[in-house]
Ligand binder design. Sequence first.
Ligand code: NAD
Length: 271
Amino acid sequence: MKVALITGAARGIGAATAAEFAQAGYALALLDLDGDEVRRTGKKLEEIGADVLTLEADLSSLEQIEDAVAQTAERWGRIDALINNAATRELETIREITPVNWQRAVDVNLTAPAFLSKWSAPYMKIHGGVIINITSVEAHIPKGVCAVYAATKAGLLGLTWEMANALAGDNIRVIALSPGAIATDFGADYSGGKDDQPADPTLSQDMRDYSETVIPMQRWGTVDEVARTARWLASDEASYITATEITVDGGLRHTWMTREIKNRIRPGEFE
Ligand code: NAD
């Protein structure tokens, strides 16, 4: 039986990925900061026959990360897929960054994937394995309002290339999977006011409406569309894929113009 260790597995893309890997027959180590929710997610997957270990852990703690890998290895003796999915996103510009928020994001988004990979790799060495780092198109097309998020996602791409080179000899593939705009709480929530600034109740919807005029496929993606890609990348069908980035973004990475403007340039073509 193959074993997948998935971070941020309580909800969103992580929970959908857990369900996909369960269907593919993997045993699952599901890690999340939100213990109650990850246990609920784990229970649902057990009900459909999955072998599940839930790990309540904070990725900003190296001790907790090391312990999570140890518990996974103790239970099954192997790790075949590591999905570095969890992340934190601060809506802070470069003018607003604070040392505490910056450090926490670096710890969770970049340091945790590095050490999870370091400690998981020995358990992949015998049969080979795959590490999938969930990055973001924001590594390439930042909005200017999430400084540390964009920086850590770009850093995670660099770490992907580095690890892919270092671990290929052990038959461990390392791939960056970059979602575009995906309908989750994380992806859709721009409503919160900051400090003394009042919350803007229509901002999240306006943001969604606007982005749908830019995304060539004209819609947000679903968690299942990302999860299915992760499952395929981990499978033998993707056996020669490593050291690369796969985007699941409806074309967002390579565009920037709204449909309205395109339509003014070529009337009738983009209605
Ligand atoms: P989500 O908020 O729905 O889920 C993230 C999970 O990670 C949560 O369950 C949360 O509890 C957990 N988590 C957060 N900090 C943690 C920590 N310190 N320790 C352990 N667990 C922690 O988010 P999502 O939209 O499913 O995003 C998953 C990944 O996809 C992230 O890496 C995100 O950057 C990336 N991504 C998402 C989008 C999008 O539009 N949703 C776009 C690009 C990239």
